[in-house]
Design a protein around this ligand. Structure first.
Ligand SMILES: [Zn+2]
Length: 408
């Protein structure tokens, strides 16, 4: 583990903006209750100089990913997002039959499978062998490794440089982005684009999405921050788009310096963000909002339990670790957690001792209330709620605002 004492990007001094207490590393589920797993502080610092928002305690790859279980779900809202990404690429004259595309952190290959017909070649890189092998089985060529200078060199022995590189929701998963950026510089064609998609810091803090804060997320990127980071290397931000996925994501389109026309969206978003960060009210509002919701939810759960109702949770994403930890929930108040990911079912949340069950096991369980952790798939969940949950089930969404639905 590394404890950051200065800004990772500009070495400026840091200011603490949020402390969520200690939590085990997300996505590391255990086989049985009471299995010992170490917890680490979740503290976020802000750099006044370059606006970088970063995690203070950064775990090593080994500490983070030894029992990794995330697999990209196949969901309507993501399919639509992939369509939009493709549309954006076409607008910028990419996704042509003669071009190639590489995805870093390609997970189970869903996006590359979708993009494949629009490129001459697609290639994935992902370190989680259990998940990457799903991509390979589905016909997406994937290198099982962390993307690095060494891997870039290996790739270039067999391939020409790539026209498009994509890194979705993984760029912030690294305490030092410099290795990845120098490898990216090697592998990307001079006129190519590098698309970074990440939870967008303004949404995260404005909406009170405290559960975006977990040990895998070492940075909370804004356009200002990405721009500062890119400028340190051979890149610049050339376009920006806001996407509704994962509670609000930033799509940062970068290219090598001086090779592209910088779109109007860049200047616009940079000045908008400066307003947010200069008075830092966004962080104070964030702290007040999440604390107020926490109190309300704890009260709701306590009330249910005192009237002999059974409370469970729906969704076991990484975010759930932060929710259980910050809210102080465990098997005493949350009886079970439902998830559809085969690698998680049958396992247990460490520390909180909450077992994970499959969706079709729900019918055999008694329950009255469910805390929905996968709030970023709210529309998808509400649409199918009457077919998954018992009539009368209370569904509690905590983010962006506390909302309660009754299944009918
Ligand atoms: Zn800085």
């Amino acid at each position: 583990m590394i404890i950051k004492t200065e800004c990772s990007i500009c070495e400026g001094s840091l200011e603490e903006i949020i402390n969520l207490g200690e939590c085990p590393p997300a996505n590391n589920f255990v086989e049985k209750k009471n299995q010992d797993v170490e917890s680490f502080p979740l503290i976020i610092d802000f750099c006044q100089q370059c606006y970088c928002i970063q995690l203070r305690h950064c775990l090593s790859k080994k500490e983070l990913y030894s029992f990794y279980t995330y697999s990209t779900p196949q969901i309507d809202s993501l399919a639509k997002h992939y369509e939009n990404l493709l549309k954006k690429l076409k607008e910028l004259n990419f996704a042509q039959k003669s071009q190639s595309c590489i995805e870093i952190g390609s997970n189970n290959g869903n996006l590359l499978n979708f993009l494949k017909p629009h490129f001459n070649k697609v290639l994935g890189v992902d370190p989680a062998s259990n998940i990457a092998s799903i991509a390979i089985e589905n016909g997406v060529e994937t290198i099982i490794d962390f993307f690095s200078n060494k891997v870039a060199k290996k790739i270039l022995e067999k391939n020409t440089k790539f026209d498009v590189a994509i890194a979705r929701h993984m760029f912030a998963h690294n305490e030092d982005p410099s290795e990845m950026l120098s490898a990216m510089d090697k592998i990307l064609d001079e006129s190519g684009v590098f698309i970074i998609e990440n939870a967008y810091a303004i949404d995260t803090f404005k909406n009170g999405e405290f559960d975006q804060i977990y040990h895998e997320h070492m940075f909370y990127f804004s356009a200002l921050n990405i721009n500062a980071l890119m400028n340190k290397f051979n890149f610049e931000l050339i376009d920006f788009e806001h996407a509704p996925v994962h509670g609000g994501s930033g799509v940062f389109i970068c290219g090598k310096k001086g090779k592209h026309t910088i779109q109007k969206s860049v200047g616009k978003i940079l000045s908008e963000e400066e307003k947010y960060f200069n008075d830092k009210k966004i962080f104070q509002n964030f702290r007040e909002k999440i604390e107020a919701t926490r109190k309300q939810v704890i009260e709701l759960i306590a009330k249910d339990i005192s009237s002999n109702k059974i409370v469970g949770a729906y969704g076991a994403p990484a975010k759930a670790f932060t929710v259980f930890s910050y809210y102080g929930l465990n098997h005493r108040n949350i009886s079970f957690c439902v998830d559809t990911t085969p690698t998680k079912i049958g396992k247990v949340f460490p520390k909180f001792n909450i077992p994970i069950i499959a969706e079709d096991e729900l019918a055999d369980h008694d329950y009255d209330t469910l805390i929905v952790n996968a709030w970023n798939y709210k529309e998808d969940i509400l649409k199918k709620s009457s077919s998954i949950f018992k009539k009368g089930t209370k569904l509690i969404f905590i983010i962006p605002n506390l909302e309660i639905y009754t299944v009918n």
